[in-house]
Design a protein around this ligand. Structure first.
Ligand code: NAD
Length: 509
């Protein structure tokens, strides 16, 4: 694979600016980020971060662009997003390779991520003709009531490293058709993916003769804080850890801004004795080791019915024995590297903490070294028998560590599944209708996502995506998640020749 050619075709050079209002890129003396690949440890390219001065230029340009963009009819905005989808189709292969090389996920998952971008553009195009409000019957004669949805202004999108392109598109495609403009601050661990996306959207906006500021890029951690505290940004869509999400949430709430929070998960699969065990093994293994356990929806816990516990555990250990770990661009491998050495240290620390708290590792972890593992970021997926209340099990460790535990009754299993601070994704493997329905009922899973006979990881863009509790409560992507990007206005119109007051209140002069 010729990475240089891929970079070149995506507009990435040795030294890139990380600040753009669209087609215009700004250079500053602010800190430079060097992006290195966790695949082979090699430096890919450099990206300069955004200075406070350039941040001001970006935000004022975006504020100006909003005054224009909000007056472009929504279906016309949709047409531009349709063209973005087309541009992504043309760049799918290259962008998928870059995602895989810069972030470390498998090429299949990198391409899948770009496909998700294309899918959300398609969804947003249809949505651009369906930003429906309701009409209501007024209690007063000769009155009409309805609600309409207006754009909010600048949407700040702060994204995590593990979905370096899809999260941006989930937010941007929807926010744009809703009439907002976007300013994106990507993870400093994957800045090149962001630079590539900015080139792609800028070419589409240019082809349509659009002004600067409709979709902008800023880079570097300090500008995250500027976004949080900037009253010119009415909505901040934040995807990342619960720790940082808490900071963002309180800062934005402090100025009465709005947030969409997509934070950490601690996702479990319940494996019933009535499960199709072949499906359950694949679902559990892919969920736990896919993206090297670095998905917010990765399977972290397996809650297994006691009658099949030993059998299922043995099958799982056997399946782990077949995993191939290595270069994610080689399609024969199942598991790629962690994002960086700091993530490896967190993984090792979690294993040590787990052991100290009583975890019994039935598949041992460890760091792979030498040869193809020279980047120092490749680790062994591992499995530990635990109790749900162990502190380490209650936390999200962003690595391929799978915790297993047993249960007697489904009620107990649901209590274990819900018995963590996070509430993102959950699943049950069962062919028993009663069990499936109980799991999905009000007495069942407390997560934003609850699946039957599908693992916890991976989601289609058609549904609203997000989770409860410490996952933050936000929803993105499909269904009516678009409402989170607009402000609702209730309108009451009196076409009578008098002024009756609501609730029959009399006020005569
Ligand atoms: P992170 O919290 O370390 O960083 C996320 C983003 O926040 C980055 O862009 C970072 O630069 C920025 N940031 C850091 N400090 C900031 C501040 N003070 N103000 C504003 N922004 C700041 O997360 P990460 O390690 O990149 O990603 C992994 C985490 O993201 C995991 O917890 C994972 O579960 C979560 N995640 C959640 C979802 C979801 O949809 N629920 C999706 C993907 C990832």
């Amino acid at each position: 694979m010729d990475i240089k050619k891929v970079l070149n075709q995506l507009g990435i050079t040795e030294n890139n600016s990380g600040t753009s209002t669209g087609q215009q890129w700004m250079e500053s003396d602010a800190k430079v980020i060097t992006s290195s690949s966790p695949v082979d440890g090699k430096e890919i390219a450099k990206v300069s971060t955004t200075s406070a001065e350039d941040y001001e230029k970006v935000i004022s340009t975006s504020a100006g662009a909003f005054l224009f963009w909000r007056n472009v009819p929504a279906p016309k905005r949709g047409e531009i997003v349709r063209q973005l989808g087309e541009a992504l189709r043309l760049n799918k292969e290259n962008l998928g390779i870059l995602v895989s090389y810069e972030m470390g996920k498998s090429l299949q998952e990198g391409l899948g991520e770009v496909q998700e971008m294309i899918d959300i553009c398609d969804f947003a195009v249809g949505l651009s003709r369906q930003l429906y409000g309701l009409t209501m019957h007024s209690e007063r004669p000769d009155h009409r009531m309805y609600e309409q949805w207006h754009p909010m202004g600048i949407v700040g999108v702060i994204s995590a490293f593990n979905f370096p392109v899809a999260v941006w598109s989930w937010n941007t495609a929807l926010a744009l058709v809703c009439g907002n403009v976007c300013v994106w601050k990507p993870s400093s661990k994957t800045p090149l993916c962001a630079v590539a996306c900015q080139h792609i959207i800028a070419s589409v906006l240019k082809a349509n003769d659009m002004p600067e500021g409709i979709s902008a890029l800023i880079t570097g951690n300090p500008v995250g804080d500027l976004i949080n505290n900037d009253p010119r940004i009415p909505l901040v869509s934040f995807t990342g850890s619960t720790r940082v999400g808490r900071l963002v949430s309180s800062a934005v709430a402090g100025r009465f801004g709005r947030t969409i929070l997509e934070l950490g998960g601690n996702n479990a699969i319940i494996v019933s004795k009535d499960a199709d065990l072949d499906i359950a093994i694949i679902g559990a293994a892919f969920g736990a080791v896919g993206t090297a356990g670095q998905r917010c929806t990765s399977t972290r816990r397996l809650i297994i019915q006691e009658d099949i516990y030993e059998d299922f555990k043995n099958k799982l250990v056997k399946a782990y024995g077949q995993l191939r770990i290595g270069d994610p661009l080689d399609q024969h491998n199942h598991v790629g590297p962690l994002i960086d050495k700091a993530a490896v240290a967190v993984y090792l620390e979690a294993i040590e903490k787990g052991k100290a708290q009583g975890a019994n590792f039935i598949v041992e972890g460890g760091v792979l070294e030498g040869g193809a593992y020279g980047s120092g970021c490749y680790v062994k997926p591992c499995i530990a028998e635990v109790k749900n209340h162990y502190q380490i099990v209650q936390e999200e460790t962003f690595a391929p560590i799978l915790y297993v535990m047993s249960y007697k009754t489904l009620e107990e299993a649901i209590a274990l599944q819900n018995g963590v601070p996070q509430g993102l994704s959950s699943a049950i493997m069962t062919l028993n209708l009663r069990e499936a329905e109980l799991f999905l009922s009000t007495n069942g899973s407390d997560c934003g996502i609850a699946n039957v006979n599908i693992g916890t990881s991976g989601a289609e863009i058609g549904g609203a995506f997000g989770g409860e509790k410490e996952t933050g409560g936000g929803r993105e992507s499909g269904s009516d998640a678009w409402k989170g990007y607009m402000r609702r206005q209730t309108n009451t119109i009196n076409y009578a020749n008098k002024l009756p007051l609501a609730q029959g209140i009399k006020f005569d002069l």
